[in-house]
Design a protein around this ligand. Structure first.
Ligand code: T5A
Length: 209
């Protein structure tokens, strides 16, 4: 049996992660691999409690936000991600550590090196095998998110914040071009769906099988 893979999905607000997850799920079903779908912040009981604090507190200091993201991530890694991978079950996570670099790094302005420190301490070698990054113009993404539902604490930030987040993701992409694959999420759902299928198929041919 080949080693179970860890796949993550990233993108700014309104990038279309919900649709993308459905496409990923259908593709993995077709491949017949065992997998779990999970998310960050959250994906585990304690981490979900931290998620509530993160998304619905009235105010949080940026450093508190960073520490809570990594606290939730540690619970998620120890209790869900690593045990499943060890059992040969693939893990697909809606967001992971790249989000901390984008949101808490370039978004909140915390030092990149601080986030790298926590990444090394908490994530270590449990890095994703593949990351799909849905890249959307911030204004388009915010409009889609606004049309969809009421905003949480982070979604209430202004356009400049989301422009910085996009810059953060693009910086991570530059550092990890083999792992992170950019999907043009400005296009219509059919085109985004096809791009996701193509990336997954390509990755499977090259390294995921
Ligand atoms: N966070 C997370 C951090 O700050 N640091 C971290 O380390 C981590 C892990 C988590 C929040 O926490 C932050 C980031 C987030 O702010 P979340 O629930 O994961 O919250 O994040 P959201 O971005 O809110 O995720 P959503 O599930 O809401 O997904 P999307 O991608 O924002 O939106 P989605 O898929 O619901 O799509 C939005 C709308 O657009 C439409 C959809 O139908 C939907 O109505 N749509 C399209 N319309 C036109 N064309 C397309 N191609 C479309 N794709 C989707």
């Amino acid at each position: 049996m080949s080693k179970a893979k860890f796949i993550t999905l990233e993108g700014s607000e309104g990038a279309g992660k919900t649709t993308a997850l459905k496409v990923m799920k259908n593709t993995l079903d077709d491949w017949g691999v065992p997998y779990v779908l999970t998310r960050e912040p959250g994906g585990e009981k304690n981490a979900e409690a931290i998620r509530k604090l993160l998304l619905h507190s009235e105010h949080l200091e940026s450093k508190t936000e960073l520490l809570l993201m990594f606290a939730a991530r540690n619970e998620h890694l120890e209790k869900v991600i690593r045990p499943n991978l060890a059992k040969g079950i693939w893990v697909v996570s809606d967001r992971f550590v790249d989000a901390s670099f984008a949101y808490q790094g370039l978004g909140r302005g915390l030092a990149w090196s601080t986030i790298e420190y926590f990444e090394e301490m908490i994530v270590g070698t449990t890095q994703p095998d593949l990351t799909l990054y849905l890249d959307v113009e911030p204004a388009t993404g915010l409009q889609r998110a606004a049309d969809r539902s009421e905003k949480d604490r982070i979604e209430k930030e202004d356009l400049a914040f989301f422009e910085n987040i996009r810059a953060g993701y693009l910086k991570r992409l530059e550092h990890f071009p083999d792992r992170i694959k950019k999907i043009n999420a400005n296009r219509d759902i059919a085109s985004v769906t096809q791009q996701i299928i193509d990336v997954l198929e390509q990755a499977r041919e090259q390294s995921l099988s």
